[in-house]
Design a binder for this molecule. Sequence first.
Ligand SMILES: *[C@@H]1O[C@H](CO)[C@@H](O)[C@H](O)[C@H]1NC(C)=O
Ligand SMILES: *[C@@H]1O[C@H](CO)[C@@H](O)[C@H](O)[C@H]1NC(C)=O
Ligand SMILES: *[C@@H]1O[C@H](CO)[C@@H](O)[C@H](O)[C@H]1NC(C)=O
Length: 403
Amino acid sequence: MSNLALLRLILLLSAITTCCCAVFSRKDMDATVPQIIASNGYPIEKHRVKTEDGYILQMHRIPAGKRSARRSNTYGGKGKRAVLIVHGLLGSSGDFVIMGPRNSLSYILADAGYDVWLGNLRGNMYTTHQNLTRNDPAFWDYSFHEHGKYDAPAMIDKVLNVTGLSKIFYIGYSMGTTTFFTMMSQKPEYNDKLIAFVALAPAVYIDNMKEISVFFLKSMDIATTLRQRGMLAVGLKQDIMDLVAENFCTAKNPDQDVCMRFIYAIVGEDYEQHNWDMTPIIIARAQPASWRQLEHYGKIAMTSVFTEWDDGMEGAVKPYKLSNVRVPVSILYGENDLLVEKSGILRLAKSLNETGVLHSIKPGCNWPKFNHLDFVFAKDLGKLVNRPLVRHLDELYNKYYQQ
Ligand SMILES: *[C@@H]1O[C@H](CO)[C@@H](O)[C@H](O)[C@H]1NC(C)=O
Ligand SMILES: *[C@@H]1O[C@H](CO)[C@@H](O)[C@H](O)[C@H]1NC(C)=O
Ligand SMILES: *[C@@H]1O[C@H](CO)[C@@H](O)[C@H](O)[C@H]1NC(C)=O
């Protein structure tokens, strides 16, 4: 995970040392998620969620598909199925709408009749705090431990409250799955509020990140250094991100590309599934993270244990209780995912199988180069992953849903 921080730093340096001007359509870079959803003709609602510790999260809801929305304004009703989708590191609700109605999960689910709720975890642009500003170091004092303890439960309760349903689906991507597992360890009563959990590229065992974590977080200790120099969070000001995106990430083929090559070194290479128009948009839309998030992942990588942060990197190793999970879990992974390698996913599956909650584990699709980011940005995402995923959700519903 720490190499994402490195990526940011290097992009920053490149931005400062070079300067040129590109004329660029800023629409997809700057539009908010509700604007994007509305521009695609789908109904959109914003919901405000307050966590126990004062963070305010904006959720984005697509309560119905395009057609049913035109037919009537009454959503819900009998047999309605709601799904909460939780994003990954540096992500937001935008990750599930940005590829458009043919590809992005939100639209495909909504058109299939699902009531779609997109979560936003503390730290990204759709979140604030009741007493703290983003310039307060305390705002950034969290990791996915708090995402799991406070944010996910508050969002689940909001969905249940608004829909009146007793149970919903939870789909997590990458850190959105880490959040699920930390939630269940700390608040197992949330098992009762879910039908099933779909884990896309789950980030729980990341031994493959051990060396790089040791280097950046221990030997160099970049987190402490940059924190001391006043860099409160991992991420750049939006205008700098835009500058980088517009000037370095506009190549249209692998020979001229620096941006994707860099990202692929971290997540696995898959040029065939890359939509070149998306490179600057992916960069410009990346969200900040807390240093603690990287450090916590680093501790997990270094110890090979899915451990709490507790007293920090050198503090006690205190495993989260994966055995607290009682809802069926279905895992999808990328064969070419360098960030969360298959060996780690199999280890997670084995542990869930031992407690009897593993429903299935399989590749996200049959494309051998499918990488970590392909779960949100692949060119043929709809056909490869998301349409089959909706059918999978239907199966899970029929098998596991009881009032
Ligand atoms: C925010 O400030 C109010 C008023 O000072 C206080 O009552 C409340 O506990 C604070 N909330 C948090 C989460 O710190
Ligand atoms: C939703 O929350 C409100 C306010 O707390 C409460 O009055 C209402 O009964 C809740 N509705 C449902 C369906 O849980
Ligand atoms: C799960 O456990 C059963 C036996 O309890 C075994 O047959 C099956 O292969 C295991 N599946 C996975 C994916 O580990």
